[in-house]
Design a protein around this ligand. Sequence first.
Ligand code: GLC
Length: 692
Amino acid sequence: MIRKFTFGNPFPTEAVVVSCPAEPGELPYFSREGGSISCKMASGAPVYGLGEQVRGINKRGWTYTSNCTDEPNHLESCHSLYGAHNFLLVGGEKPFGIFIDYPGTLTFDIGYTRQDTLTITPEDWNLDLYLIEAEDGTYLSIVRQFRKIIGRSYIAPKWAFGYGQSRWGYKTQEDIRQVAEGHRKNGIPLDAIYMDIDYMERYKDFTVSKERFPDLPGLAADMKQEGIHLVPIIDAGVKVEDGYSVYEEGMEKGYFCKEADGTVFTGAVWPGKAHFPDMLNPAARRWFGMKYKVLLDMGIDGFWNDMNEPAIFYSEKRLNQVLDQAAEFKGKNLDLEKTNQLLGLFSSLANNPEDYRSFYHEPGNTGERIRHDKVHNLYGYNMTRAAGEAFEELEPDKRILMFSRSSYVGMHRYGGIWQGDNLSWWSHLLMNVKMMPSLNMCGFLYTGADLGGFGADTTEDLLLRWLQFGIFTPLMRNHSAMGTREQEAYRFSNMESLKRIIQLRYCLLPYLYSEYMKAALEDTMMFRPLSFDYQGDPEALQTEDQVLLGDGLMLAPVYQQNALGRYVYLPEDMLLITASGPDDFRFRELKAGHHYVEAAPEEVIFFLRKGHILPLAQTAENVEQLDETRLTAAAYLSEESSYLLYDDDGISKDYENPDNYETITVSPDGTVRCSGNKGRILKAKVFVPAED
Ligand code: GLC
């Protein structure tokens, strides 16, 4: 059951797509005091949600602020990352969900000030609040109701489930060809190469450097021949430069955000001075979205949207002030306080809240304005919506890959997200694991982290262990920052192991794609905390370094350096699968309880749940080459059981076609059959649970 409460005059975020009348009356569960609402949390009950955030799956014990931020360190001490996903699931005797549809800064104090109290504080009370009660007492029913009202999650093309290689620093088309060659020569599968800001002409959106990429259409066509898609980045800020058509048109049409006095707001990003398209204004949004056509016409079919919090290195005004103030320090003897003041001046330049309060949007066609900070969290959402709406118009029958850095609930209908600028740290591998279910709750299914880590130097064992988790995430992309150690799989002495793990991804694709599509089409979660399926099991509740994946798998990634295995908690008997490559799957039954499970550096371990089936394909060089007509159904069952396989052409949008669904049925005696008429030839590998 969903109940909506409206306070003040909310900004229409369009996060929710079904109409839901607001109730008059008092808000249940919470008491309101001053600018906050609070409720008690039952002792030991979990609180889930918030999507892209730091810390655990269970969010208790910290304050989190929804304020989309370019935050490159992702430390435990952070309060905000790039997204604002204001959905919480409060566990306890009578669990409930709460979604605060509010585009400004919002703080969730989840047992930080008082261990037993949840306090939510928006900057003002113009918002819609949705309360969701469980239909059948389960956590999943709360999430599913929430997901229903926010609309179907974005569906990526199937090729985007293949392996992608990225790096900030592929400077020329020759560099891109070398990356393709490096993978091909070494037999490492590859579906995408990402193009970072280096491809543009002096960091100008929708331009391509003539010098360094003289023939992008030719390059894209050559790459496609090899089954590789090129995926360029698009940034939020538009370079200020006479003669640059995007800048000139935007100025002429008045599509950039303006300050109170009507001058266009100038902030600096990669190209230096830039203006920010008013993504909240429908005409400006359409204009910006249609610009992607220039690249679509060159044979591009995927994009990533970046710096759309929006990140601002400095505003013109603030820089001038800071430089003036800094000049006063010249020739002075700087003691501790003075030195800190001086340093503080410069560190206050980037992403300064005052700058976000200094420009405006015109969301309607009425000329009425709203100050940016009041709707800050909608910027990346609407940049991605600009692209999504344009793709609908330009390529109505084709799925285009799109993911964004910044997001708000609602953006999940137009694209996925990547998890931003992590570091090559083992703790960030674990963070990637924990973020997956939280993001799924909020509708973000197409997601993954920069595998190997973005900032700092990776190590070959970190990359290997990270890939061993990354083979399960819908977005599987190796990305790294300029100046860090080169991170392509073929650079390392353990290349063979890295390659074999990447090959495994393709074996798993029939399952992963099915689970992704079912999660999208049924508003459910591909990644779930253990407590969702084993609600009431106190150990499952405390286990946050293992996650459930789809119908029948449990993942238990190794995330510690030099570890040759790990402790795993099994809420029930499960089949341990140990694999080092596409030709090496080993199976062993493990009883419910605690186990130390060995995992040599080149081995990934995961588990198949009782009564479940895992369809496996032979590996392939890319998604296009994948032969899904020949599958092996690994099964762990004592009676006939079935698996719902979803498959389609991977590119068109005929999702509801009943032909997309087939049922694989396996019996304990090893017989296997598949409904549907796609001519699949199946083998079964059955493990019958031992009697207790
Ligand atoms: C931002 C992005 C990162 C990208 C870099 C250069 O930091 O998050 O992925 O590589 O900008 O464009």
